[in-house]
Design a protein around this ligand. Structure first.
Ligand SMILES: C[S@@+](CC[C@H](N)C(=O)[O-])C[C@H]1O[C@@H](n2cnc3c(N)ncnc32)[C@H](O)[C@@H]1O
Length: 244
């Protein structure tokens, strides 16, 4: 029993260290983050790939637009603003949160300060004090360790007004999504990431299978559907049920 408690404490400490490294990685990567989205530099895998990537990004954008985010909206792990402007279009009031102030500064410049409010916070220690009509998180769920999965969705439930929706997009397990000099992806839940200057970081990356994720969320008291694009992404819109 005592050994088990000690082992759990070690695991929790490891997880904390890894989540700290994850924030450090994104802070250091802020200025080069968009290269991934734009398929530039180490992410450029040739015209055919880049065209497919852009086509699939357009599918995500259309899916988000179809949901017509409105009212009070919250963007978690907002990053450099690649989706923020889209959310800001219909939102009466948008709050954008990220752990990296560097990233938020880029977001501010890119979107012309579109969110009414920016919050610099660590999502693993943050809990909502207000209610929202629409909560969006892009390429964030994959960075939530499995041990934190239930708590994360409980936090989203707390953040939503009755009738509110959670919309998310994320990565399928596709090696070609990542930089040409990144290691083979696997299902360990951890990946090594490199910056342009060669520095390396280990971060959390959980590749959810869309169908399995939909079932898992159903078991947690969410209903909705999760779709996927051909190669790179999945996207879902979920609402909490009373049973959850
Ligand atoms: C993969 S990026 C996604 C950015 C943006 N949502 C997008 O789709 O372009 C992950 C984001 O999570 C932020 N992040 C990392 N750890 C965090 C934490 N513990 N709390 C809040 N944000 C965090 C990073 O700073 C980064 O902006």
């Amino acid at each position: 029993m005592k050994d088990e408690i000690i082992e759990e404490a070690w695991k929790a400490q490891d997880e904390q260290a890894q989540l700290k490294e994850q924030v450090a990685y994104y802070r250091a990567r802020a200025a080069e983050y968009d290269e991934w989205h734009l398929r530039q530099g180490r992410y450029d895998r040739g015209d055919e790939h880049n065209l497919q990537w852009r086509t699939e990004l357009d599918i995500l954008r259309s899916a988000l637009e179809r949901e017509r985010p409105f009212g009070k909206c919250l963007e978690l792990a907002c990053g450099t603003g690649l989706w923020t402007a889209c959310l800001a279009q219909g939102a009466a009031d948008l709050t954008a949160l990220d752990a990296s102030s560097e990233t938020i500064e880029i977001n501010r410049t890119k979107t012309g300060n579109a969110p009414g409010r920016y919050v610099v916070a660590d999502l693993f220690g943050w809990w909502p004090t207000e209610k929202y009509d629409f909560v969006f998180f892009g390429f964030w769920l994959s960075h939530v360790p499995l041990q934190q999965f239930n708590r994360f969705w409980e936090m989203i439930r707390t953040a939503l007004k009755p009738g509110g929706r959670a919309f998310f997009i994320d990565s399928l397990a596709t090696q070609e999504s990542t930089a040409r000099d990144h290691a083979e992806i696997d299902d360990s839940g951890v990946v090594e990431r490199k910056l342009n200057d060669g520095r390396t970081f280990n971060i959390v990356k959980v590749f959810h299978d869309p169908a399995q994720l939909e079932r898992q969320l159903g078991d947690l008291g969410w209903r909705g559907s999760i779709g996927r694009t051909e190669q790179f992404f999945y996207y879902g819109c979920m609402v909490p049920t009373a049973a959850g």
